[in-house]
Unconditional design. Sequence first.
Length: 289
Amino acid sequence: MSDLTFFSKTPITCPICEAKFYREELRTGRGRLNAGELTRELRRTYLPSQKYGEVFPLSYPVTVCPGCYYAAYHVDFLEVPEEAIEPLRRTEQSRIANVQLLFDTVDFSSPRGLEEGCSSYYLAATCYEHFDKNVSPRFKQGLSSLRAAWLCTDLQRKRPNDNYDYLAKVFYRKARFFYTYAVELEQTGKESISGTRHVGPDLDKNYGYDGVLYLTGWLEFKYGPTSDPTQRRQALARAKRAVARIFGMGRASKDKPAAILDSARDVYEEITKELGEENRDPEQANAES
């Protein structure tokens, strides 16, 4: 038995292939998680401890069937829409084959490593394609892609010769697409983000819709296409408006977390600089839009 994780005593029955398996859970307390700084992407870093070494909490939130590789966040895993069951059964072999292309070996029956953690998010992003709008599938595809990118950067740091930095960029670009799409669907009333209890993006703090808007702007600025200058300007203008909305939503700006306000202001200014526009306070820009 691992000092970091344990397997549930009660088996889970996969709703797709009916295989029975035990879910791995992360233990907490006793110095296992030593919180470090928050990155600009709102990711919480953790400091290694002498007893437990490096811990990667993001490796565990997605439940994966080790038989058919169906994957979803734990709250959704057993609640598969009836119309999604057949497509998920039909695409079993492609899921397994694609994971094998990305990683040499993964094993969801044993304690997870970074490869399994990253694979779990790739699989979740793939499986949510078949879910209905009530569980905010487009947003969960974006969140899963973002977390996969984070774990790929961890793999790159540990194994710098294996090109995980390239894979991280692929996932970042997918995250950028899905975050933008999810916000568009939210704003047009076609699919709400409220079907997600915890929008994170990390596990320790829920930054809510403000965090979603911020990351939409950040991902567009950092990972959006740049080959077509006209399209780039249009995309950045949309991202800038999204970030500005943070300063005009809900609670007064002074009551919002500094992590959101400071980062949003920085991204707003960086986008403004790239667009070659006059820099204005984002609160004023939101009021005028």
